[in-house]
Design a protein. Structure first.
Lengths: 415, 482, 375
């Protein structure tokens, strides 16, 4: 392992000599060029999210990728040192969209719409998220439609060009089951007008829209399918995932029952992820049976969240113990100052051990979002998304003091 | 006093705590001994296998098990796996009362004694979070609000709960909702000008032989005898009112007396500042009226910019719950974050922390954040124990476990600042008042179930913040201005 | 700098009449102390010869037998206002439809509208009439001459709305995704030879309204995908997006900004100019008054944009964006004879417009009109 590392370092240096763009950290001081994406990081403890922790690990980052991870090595002179290093955190429900303008409300079923149009790369919340150690985020359209459109996975830093920041992921259409999609569809008083004169105005209506659209899509011949229908057919065929917001038990059940009903009818099998699954703990068997992954909302102050769903402290713990894929989220887009590491800490308060909590904000969301080939663990070949901590991760007495996104040092612990 | 109990609430509270009967009918000299795996006295090094002996509500002895003799008749709480801790002190909070703010601009004659609701959910929550002394005050949307009171989060009557009545008066240099800074500053200054005018007129009336003030006092139902019948010269560092010693103290209008106590440094002034400029207003008013030495500033996060001014005034501060201040560079739009407690720590200003309204982020959370951001652990712990205790004038009783201090001990499952530690037991003045294993509501919050036959009365749901978000942000996410 | 002009009385009288223009404009020469070409250069003591409504020559001696007007001040090209709706009122916005890409703004041009004279008095000789900002594809902009009352070029620009102004709460689109879905569909379904098809072929410039940087990034991406040329209109700030905009080849048209405007907006014009991005300003005279164009330029100059660059933005830069730089925007041989005589530097707010020539005609004379109507 040590030899491999030395070799890699040599290669790095050789590359640096050949390519001016890959200048090593020592040479780039004072230059105004693009930030370097090559660094060496030394961790007293490295939690890789892919196995045991490593003591005294040296991580070589070359041009945005992890080139080598070597255990039991002293820090090199130019290494950035940290007490603990983990993979960059992934928030599977970051909610940093442009609000109402992120969802097309001309129809309640708009699966073909791309949420990336509803993302503002200049939003200050991105930098905040990056500073808090979240390096990758999943952004869905606002939950105003039954099916709102494709979600987007983006890095939290890396410039104005959203295309460059987008991570190719599993394609997932995002929607909501519950009270949200029906909320603004009836006028406060008087007769409905404009596009608000529409279904649904109730939970039943929301469910009906979901079922109707999938049944229609399932029965439409491929040659007659428009973009919308094709997208739904892709979801039935499992080529496109379905990311459903459902807080309360009844809504989680609706989502799972819909999946099972569509299977029974022979239309196909939806790849389901339940977002905001506050009451998932009440339906663990159902989630296990259908292989449904969940994204948990931030822990509420008094137990109750949206739709009066009760989310106890041990929610994550119980689901993880039962073998359900659990991702944590902080909804940082909704609440400035919300931190994913604090959510992981509360999940530990509810019974998760540190390794489980770490996986719930790194490796598991990476797998659920279909980006595990690039992020989620500290392994050679992965994107150099790293968080440098000044103590044990998720303790409130610790915080991210350094952050690398794609090898770029977004927060420098030496500052 | 309104002490109507919700039958349900009361039931929960009683069900949630242990030994409530003995708390209501205390024996002559109760003796309690706590054996804990670790005793963090905050008055020296932690003691492994420590023992705390509490007699008559006060700590009699604390030390290693080998050195301390446990009285034969003491109730023993034996928790070899737990950590004993002095408990947290909340220096200023406008909760546990019906309504935080008064419509009157200047109302120093009010007392939160009349507002405190002993069965308010807040106290239950405070107990669960290990708070042992809470300075309940009116809110800061005021010019001069009523008098605060230090209470323990347990008891069926305000009198049972009270640790220290009339612990201070809350004022604000930040504008009330809908008002300007100019009018706020004018009203604050004006209240003291009014007091001075009133006192001078009193002296004049006395000299003129007018017994108006005496009649008023009797009309208000006050007996004027003993000390009240005597006059004393004004004990002010800033004012002089010639002939004030002629006026019997008991004749001072009860609506004016609290502010008189402030300028004579007999009453703490908690002055809220919403921005750095308010700090100057607050300190100028205190200085002009001679009560700087009994002033405590309650500061919004943005006030860190006035830290030097605060330091030179030599006052203590209470930091509002939001600990990180965010500034935006006007040109680049980049955010600049400042971790506020670190600024005061580095400046050497004594600071106390305040809880957020989120039950999950009580004082332990606030102190832990300080450690994460470079404040030494001892200083972070002091900010939630000894510093607030001394701000409230209770440094002998709270903030450390030592002989003579109040027998208030919190037993935690681990280190107080660890994210996985929870409060298992609370002992207040020697009475074992909280046992997590019997906390109905914690059971619900912990795993979503309720013990059979119980009904947890849930608090009013706070509206969920989020969705429909437009990207704008305000930084007062957790600010207490209620 | 306010040296009075030496003008022959006959010319003043000829130009003073509001009647129909003479059949063929007189050939004449102007000799000016400072000629602001419009491309950033300034020529000193130079002769400009006007013939047949065009600029025949710049430099050299005045031809013999031609009347020479001595300009003891500054000469600049006529100013070009991108985006304006003077005189059209609500006629410029087809409010029941978000997409009416083939609608021609030339039909909304009222040549007799009295307000045009105000623009001429401010030295504006060319205007791009555009649909209202609330549309997604509101029509094709027309280039008109307010002084001559003529449509210079109908169907000159495709006007697209890609800002939040084009999103509604009660009709489609309500989202950016929906907006681009509509636009994408309109482009892909555009019939051959239609404005959108020509825009896609790069032969017709577009003006895409955007306000926020995120909107600009989406517009840049869309333009790249569809091979569009033209400009972004209404962008408030460009910091952080300069590189992407420069790479797109699109210009940027800023809205009138007072001196109190956000510094980031004002700085953005300079950043873009330095990155080689053509910049220009809208006039919006119908709502902001005719002076807004030059006021805006002054505000940007105050924030560090060079005064010649600001003038360039109002002349050559605007002409480039409008796709008429072959005929408009500079004082050069072969261009239309649209000139303004100023009492001082054109971007100096204390300077006054003394004379305006349009199509070779002397259409405005400050002395003769005493500040009243032109034409």
């Amino acid at each position: 392992m040590l030899n491999t590392m030395l070799l890699s370092t040599k290669i790095t240096l050789a590359a640096a000599a050949l390519l001016p763009s890959a200048a090593g950290p020592a040479q780039d001081a004072g230059q105004d060029a693009a930030p370097t994406r090559s660094h060496t990081v030394h961790a007293e403890t490295l939690y890789t999210s892919a196995g045991d922790s490593i003591r005294n690990a040296l991580i070589v980052v070359d041009d945005g990728k992890i080139a080598a991870v070597s255990p039991g090595v002293e820090a090199t002179r130019d290494a950035i040192r940290a007490k603990v290093v983990t993979a960059g955190m992934i928030d599977a429900s970051a909610r940093i969209n442009v609000g109402l303008r992120s969802v097309e409300q001309g129809s309640e079923i708009t699966p073909e719409v791309e949420s990336r149009f509803g993302i503002d790369p200049f939003d200050a919340r991105w930098a905040r998220l990056a500073r808090s150690g979240v390096t990758t985020a999943f952004v869905a359209p606002l939950n105003q439609n039954c099916i709102g459109g494709f979600g987007t996975v983006v890095k939290t830093a890396g410039g104005a060009d959203l295309v460059g920041r987008t991570v190719e992921s599993a394609r997932m259409i995002c929607g909501a089951i519950g009270s949200q999609p029906s909320q603004r569809n009836s006028p406060a008083f008087g007769r409905p007008s404009g596009l608000y004169n529409r279904r649904p105005t109730t939970r039943m209506g929301v469910e009906w829209e979901w079922r109707q659209s999938f049944f229609d899509a399932g029965q439409t011949p491929a040659e007659d399918a428009n973009e919308r229908t094709r997208t739904l057919q892709d979801a039935l065929a499992g080529r496109v995932g379905v990311f459903v917001q459902a807080w309360a038990t009844q809504d989680i059940r609706t989502a799972v029952f819909l999946k099972e009903e569509l299977m029974r009818e022979g239309f196909g099998e939806l790849q389901l992820v339940v977002d905001c699954a506050a009451e998932a703990w009440r339906e663990i068997d159902m989630l296990k049976r259908t292989g449904t992954a969940v994204v948990l909302p931030p822990l509420p102050s008094q137990g109750r969240t949206r739709d009066s769903a009760l989310m106890p402290l041990d929610t994550a713990h119980r689901l993880v113990e039962a073998g359900v894929d659990v991702c944590l989220s902080a909804h940082a887009g909704d609440n400035p100052g919300a931190r994913l590491d604090v959510q992981a800490g509360f999940a530990m308060r509810g019974g998760l051990d540190r390794a489980q909590a770490l996986r719930a904000v790194t490796a598991v969301p990476a797998r659920v979002l279909g980006i595990a080939d690039r992020v989620g663990t500290v392994e050679v070949g992965k994107d150099a998304d790293l968080v440098l901590w000044n103590g044990e991760p998720f303790e409130i007495t610790s915080r991210p003091v350094g952050v690398l996104v794609g090898g770029e040092l977004v927060v420098d612990p030496r500052d | 006093m309104n002490s109507t109990l919700h039958p349900m609430r009361a039931g929960v509270l009683l069900g949630a705590v242990l030994l409530s009967g003995s708390a209501l009918a205390a024996p002559q000299v109760s003796k309690t001994a706590i054996k804990a795996g670790t005793v963090m006295t905050l008055d020296g090094d932690p003691i492994e296998n420590g023992v705390i002996v509490i007699e008559g509500g006060r700590v009699k002895a604390v030390g290693a098990a080998a050195d301390i003799e446990i009285p034969w008749d003491a109730t023993v709480i034996d928790q070899p796996d737990l950590v004993a801790f002095p408990g947290y002190v909340e220096a200023h909070v406008a909760r546990g009362i019906d309504r935080a703010n008064e419509t009157l601009d200047v109302a120093p004659f009010l007392d939160v004694r009349d507002s405190i609701d002993p069965v308010n959910f807040y106290f239950e929550e405070a107990l669960r979070n290990g708070l042992v002394a809470i300075n309940v005050s009116q809110g800061v949307d005021t010019v001069i609000a009523g008098q605060s009171r230090v209470v323990q989060p347990f008891g069926m009557m305000v009198e049972d709960m009270t640790i220290k009545p009339k612990s201070g008066i809350t004022m604000s240099a930040a504008p009330r909702r809908g008002k300007t800074r100019a009018i706020q500053a004018q009203l604050l200054r004006g209240a003291f000008d009014d007091l001075e005018r009133y006192l001078r007129e009193m002296v004049q009336r006395r000299k003129d032989g007018d017994d108006f003030d005496r009649r008023e006092a009797l009309y208000q139902g006050r007996e004027i005898e003993g000390e009240d019948a005597e006059g004393r010269a004004l004990q002010s560092e800033a004012w002089s009112i010639e002939g004030f010693e002629l006026v019997p103290r008991g004749e001072v209008d009860e609506k004016r007396a609290p502010l008189l106590a402030v300028i004579e440094n007999r009453m703490t002034a908690f002055v809220y500042c919403g921005s750095p400029m308010d700090v100057h207003t607050a300190l100028r008013v205190a200085d002009d009226n001679g009560f700087t030495k009994s002033t405590v500033l309650y500061l919004d996060a943005s006030c860190w910019k006035a830290a030097e001014r605060v330091k030179s005034a030599g006052v203590s501060v209470i930091l509002s719950p939001s600990l990180t201040h965010v500034d935006r560079d006007p040109i680049t739009g980049e955010e600049i974050e400042t971790f506020v407690p670190k600024v005061y720590h580095d400046a050497g200003v004594p600071f106390a922390l305040a809880s957020t309204s989120d039950a999950q982020r009580s004082l332990w959370f606030q102190a832990a954040q300080c450690v994460a951001n470079g404040v030494p652990r001892a200083a972070a712990l002091a900010a939630v124990t000894s510093t607030p205790a001394s701000i409230l004038g209770l440094e002998e009783r709270f903030g450390a476990i030592r002989p003579g201090s109040d027998g208030s001990v919190v037993l935690l499952s681990g280190d107080p600042l660890s994210v996985t530690s929870v409060v298992q037991h609370v002992v207040l003045a020697g009475e074992h008042v909280y046992d997590r294993a019997k906390d109905v509501r914690v059971k619900l919050l912990l795993d979503g179930t309720r013990p059979p036959g119980t009904s947890a009365d849930e608090p009013e749901e706070e509206p969920y913040e989020g969705d429909g978000d437009d990207g704008t942000d305000d930084d007062e996410d957790e600010g207490e201005n209620g | 700098m306010l040296t009075p002009l030496l003008l022959e009385p006959a010319l003043v009288l000829a130009g003073a009449l509001g009647g129909p223009p003479p059949a063929a404009p007189e050939t004449l020469a102007l000799r000016a102390a400072h000629v602001h070409v419009g491309d950033g250069t300034v020529l000193e003591d130079t002769v400009v010869v006007l013939e047949g409504g065009k600029i025949a020559r710049v430099g050299g001696d005045a031809p013999s037998g031609v009347r020479v007007i001595e300009v003891d001040g500054h000469l600049s090209p006529g100013l070009i206002a991108l985006r304006d709706g003077t005189g059209a009122g609500s006629e410029r916005t087809e409010s029941t439809r978000k997409l009416t890409p083939t609608v021609d703004l030339a039909r909304a041009f009222d040549p007799e509208h009295p307000d045009w004279a105000r623009l001429v008095r401010e030295g504006i000789t060319t205007v791009v009439l555009t649909p209202g900002s609330s549309r997604v594809a509101g029509g094709v902009g027309a280039i008109v001459s307010p002084a001559l009352g003529e449509v210079v070029k109908p169907g000159a620009l495709v006007c697209l709305g890609a800002s939040s102004r084009s999103l509604s709460t009660n009709e489609e689109p309500t989202s950016y995704a929906g907006l681009y879905a509509h636009l994408g569909r309109a482009f892909s379904e555009a019939a051959d030879g239609s404005p959108l098809a020509r825009a896609k072929a790069g032969s017709l410039p577009v003006m895409m309204e955007v306000v926020e940087r995120s909107e600009a990034m989406l517009a840049v991406e869309f333009a790249k995908e569809h091979g569009l040329v033209g400009a972004l209109v209404g962008l408030r700030r460009a910091d952080g997006a300069v590189e992407a905009i420069a790479a797109s080849g699109l210009g940027v048209v800023f809205e009138p900004a007072g001196v109190g405007a956000s510094r980031t907006t004002l700085m953005s014009a300079r950043l873009l100019h330095e990155a080689g991005v053509p910049i220009a300003f809208t006039a919006d005279a119908e709502s902001r008054g005719a002076a807004a164009l030059r006021m805006a330029a002054a505000a940007y100059v105050r924030a560090g944009l060079g005064s010649e660059a600001a003038l360039q933005a109002m002349t050559h830069g605007a002409a480039e964006i409008a796709g008429v730089s072959g005929s408009h925007g500079t004082i050069a041989a072969g261009k239309v004879a649209e000139l303004v005589v100023w009492s001082g530097a054109p971007t100096d707010l204390t300077s006054r417009v003394l004379h305006v020539f349009a199509g070779g005609e002397h259409v405005y004379d400050a002395q003769a009109h005493g500040g009243q109507e032109a034409r």
